[in-house]
Design a binder for this molecule. Structure first.
Ligand SMILES: C[S@@+](CC[C@H](N)C(=O)[O-])C[C@H]1O[C@@H](n2cnc3c(N)ncnc32)[C@H](O)[C@@H]1O
Length: 291
């Protein structure tokens, strides 16, 4: 797109009409994103390691309580990124698999496993097409990415997770709250310039705008990245499905889960990190969680 075409862009956009998501799976973008995942200065793409440790402590305790036996557990991490969670679970003796479609993240995860001799294997694949395999004792889906999928796709992912769990296994999902997505979608547009960054390796201007679709209960964030040298514009966009608690409950039940419990976050506490994240633990229909 040319800069001169910006004023005639579609407003408001239809959720998911322009793109599924930001281009996590683009090789060059994924290399730049990997730097953000690994940074210990912020929690933008993955949490810093000291927070991940706390999440693993909490999830391990939840797994032990639900499964009623100590590990090692067979664990699958959906959207595993560079394997920060799988690597840490494996260091604690568990047997891990991760699936992600970011080439740089999976390369890093595999290198880590090889160098540290961790029991982790990785699949470079789109979660929507990937075969989950199993059976797993624990499946995780961490850091809000669940909401990026429209409801039909989210349901399909949950059905595949349910089928990949052992009868007493548990799924831990960390989605956004409805309130957070609603508020973010109504934030005013912002812009900034950068000499290089996540969206481009060259000097550029980013124009970000957000929309709320009240009929679909979905938000869309749109980023126009204007190259400072050529004024060429690339468009990135991601949409987010918002759910109230009862809608999450209905979705998980439709996917075949028997019991669903809600927590304030992956440490069991409310409001961690200000990103409006919560934790859902779902167990298979065949058994009840022991709590
Ligand atoms: C916010 S990051 C979180 C990464 C990791 N769970 C963590 O907390 O460190 C979201 C991850 O989901 C992955 N992802 C998003 N959509 C995906 C899809 N359709 N298939 C596979 N991976 C996907 C991205 O590549 C990215 O690594």
């Amino acid at each position: 797109m040319l800069f001169s075409q910006l004023p005639s862009r579609t407003i408001p956009p239809l959720p998911w009409a322009e793109a599924d998501n930001i281009p996590w799976n683009d090789p060059a973008f994924s290399e730049r994103m990997l730097r953000e995942h690994l940074s210990q200065a912020h929690d933008a793409a993955s949490r810093r390691l000291f927070i991940i440790q706390k999440h693993i402590d909490w999830m391990s305790a939840q797994a032990e309580q639900a499964l009623g036996r100590p590990g090692p557990y067979r664990i699958l991490d959906l959207g595993c990124g560079p394997g920060l969670y799988t690597s840490e679970f494996a260091r604690r003796g568990h047997i891990c698999e991760g699936i992600d479609f970011s080439p740089a993240a999976i390369r890093y995860a595999r290198q880590t496993a090889e160098q540290a001799r961790l029991s982790c294997i990785y699949q470079l694949a789109d979660l929507r097409q990937a075969v989950f395999g199993g059976p797993f004792d624990l499946i995780t889906f961490i850091y809000g990415e669940f909401n990026v999928f429209p409801r039909t796709e989210a349901l399909h992912l949950l059905q595949k997770a349910q089928a990949a769990l052992c009868p007493d296994g548990l799924l831990i999902v960390e989605p956004h709250t409805y309130r957070f997505l609603f508020r973010r979608a109504r934030e005013a547009p912002i812009w900034y310039t950068a000499p290089d960054g996540l969206f481009s390796p060259a000097p550029h201007l980013v124009l970000e705008e957000n929309f709320w679709d009240a009929d679909r209960h979905a938000g869309t964030s749109r980023y126009y990245v204007v190259d400072a040298g050529t004024a060429q514009v690339s468009t990135l966009s991601a949409s987010y499905q918002a759910y109230h608690r009862e809608e999450y409950r209905a979705l998980f039940a439709e996917a075949g889960f028997g019991k669903v419990k809600f927590y304030g976050g992956l440490t069991g506490q409310m409001g961690e990190g200000g990103k409006g994240l919560m934790a859902i633990i779902a167990t298979n229909r065949l058994t009840e969680q022991r709590s």
